[in-house]
Ligand binder design. Sequence first.
Ligand code: SF4
Length: 451
Amino acid sequence: MSLIAEEIITFSSVLKMAYNLLTGREYLKRKKFREKKKLVGVSLAFSDLAFAAGAVPVFPIRMHTFEISKYLAYLGSASSIFGWKNVSSFLSFVKNLGISEISKIVDGIIEDVIDTINKKYNEMYDLGIENGISSDFCYGLKSLVGAHISKGRNLDACLNVTIRCSAYNKYMESLKIINQDPKQIWVDIPPRNIGNALEIITDNVSNAIRELENLTGNTITDNQLREHFKISNQVKKSYKTIIYDISASDFYPCNPATFSEILALLSLTFQDYNSNSIRYRDNLISLVDEMRERIRKGIGMDVSKMPRIFVTPIFGGWEPKTHDIIYELGGRAIYADWEVIKFSEEIPVANHLNPVEEYARFLLNATVSGIGCDNDTLTDSYLRVAKKLNADGLIFFQLFGCHSISNCYTMLREKVRRELEIPTTAITFNKIGENIEQMKTRLGAFMEMFK
Ligand code: SF4
């Protein structure tokens, strides 16, 4: 892990993103109590309307205190005096001096970020189980329920956008029982594009906007919607640049395990943009610049001989050791979930277009051709991204308890075999840290196919 920490530390934008992720609780408290902002619980990547309303979207786990953040908190204070870029250079400098104590701290930072988040995920999962959660729920849903049980009362509202997964919709239904105070704001999406689906979603988005206006006391104008969509479009553009342009390159700005770690961090933070869309957008733009700059200077690693392994889906839960194991076995893992389920599509913002309808169209498009109305559509989407990534292999995570996405693997394997002719395998997943040895054996056999 030390190699990962060493390399990641030279990306100040990653450091900042990790800091913003882990120190969310303090940030959110400030927003809620000092600035009197409304906190709106979101999951997947449905934060847009809350941002446009001037509320603060939050992926519930971020309301927790993360014990390990003291070093990052220290760096955060240092950054307010010296700036993040200088903090990052300072860390690299100290690291190169080889002062063991400081070096250990530096090494620990990023490792701790990932470990802390995973520990918290597992804690939330256990809490969900203790509270008698349905066994039909996947890891992600169990952890989300745990997060709402422990901290959901701090929310002013939950923004619930329905998707194809009945368990996910059931989870959102259960929120009103877990905590009575937060207002439940719904955006229903018809499961299929039948006849007037766009009209129905547009109406439902308009109703949600009205409810958010009542909650915040702010009026959401068309221009405010467009302004937010412009920001989220820039986020999506940078995300795609990293997923497609940089990950396709034969030279990486860091070692591939670090690169995967950054992709995993992006996947997690994409859900609520760390509660601040402008800061997140700026961070992502800097990340792309930092990556390009390192590639231009030849800092990083030649990965031309390492097969590209597309690992998906991870948003419902996956084993975070996967990319380390794949790296040790000579490959590079790429995560690109938001692209598969089409949450990274840009929303048109031209003045002559109705932004409410454009947002409805975005939701419909994600339903129809991304996350999919059915397994045929969804598997096509996996194939589309695998092709675009020029993947050499595909690893599919089958989640215990998932009856919606996980059961498309047989169809996916068949399509991959027929159309892409690349190796594929499925890995079953229940909880982080369980069955790592078994997974290593499985990945070992899979990676043999590239030798
Ligand atoms: S992983 Fe499966 S069960 Fe969990 S939210 Fe996604 S589709 Fe639903």
